[in-house]
Design a binder for this molecule. Sequence first.
Ligand code: SAM
Length: 327
Amino acid sequence: MIQDPQGRIIDYLRLAVTDRCNLRCQYCLPEGYKGFLPKSEILSYEELNRVLELFSAQGVSKLRITGGEPFVRRDLIFWLQEIARQKWFKRMHITTNGVLTLPHVETLERIGFEGVNLSVDSFDRENFKRITGRDELPRVMETLDALTQTRMKVRINAVVLTDHNLNDLHELVDFGTAKAVDVRFIEEMPFNGTGEVKAGVWDYRKILLHLSEAFDLIPERPEPNGTAMWYRIPGRPGRVGVIPAYSRTFCGTCNRLRIDPKGKVKTCLYGKDEIDLGRIIRQGASDNVLLASVQEAISRRHPNGKSAEREMLSDNKQHTSMASIGG
Ligand code: SAM
């Protein structure tokens, strides 16, 4: 079992399998971004298997595959089938932008994926193109349609962008919740690879106020270890969630650990990388050594994202692109 100094049990692993993406979202991986990892540093599927087996043996029961865009990684679907066969995790989820996902929807369901988070910030084609730099909304909508016909839990993630999609939030709710899709709005975080912190970013209170202008939002009980505040709209099967990602009201129950595409481990989204598991693996370390370094990193885990961020900024480091962390 992995437990941090605050007694929080870590049973959820978020694994970014690539930092490459086929979109250029302005808040994440803007056009011209230069920070990509050299391909040779990205962990191979064999190396990833080693990492997954290690965490599964320590009681981690939920895995989320993320990126970059996971489906730009070659042969991803074959590797997902392999890890599903291993039954390392009780719950497997994936976060995707939906551009290349459609051909894999059936397989994801068949091999036991419990949920798919689809990131869409606007249902308006022109606006989608402005935000992401690519005219891919039609393919994303096909994926959404196919996902809603499966038994998998489908969630839309939309980042609230003061300059871009405030007029689209109501439509996202209207369309999603009518289809039994949960629609979650995320506060924009300064993870765009430039270190720039924007002024005027909407926090969860402002987002909720704006949504309440159009919808009757009935608060729901929070999910254990969840990050979203949930609401139901009478008569609709899908829920609305707001994630105070930058306000960080949920750190107290955080049960997650993040691993980037080269194997760097983050014990807090807002903090620095704690250990380079990839480098340790490539030095030929035994499982015991790997585990000891993970335990050591966890023993330094901050109580919350604010103090983790303070330490990182005082080391003169800045937030990297979310594409290398996975959200
Ligand atoms: N490519 C996949 C996708 O688009 O879902 C997975 C990776 S993406 C980095 C994971 C999530 O992080 C997406 O839902 C995205 O909207 C969110 N994200 C990226 N940059 C963000 C930022 N600056 N603030 C808040 N959320 C962000």
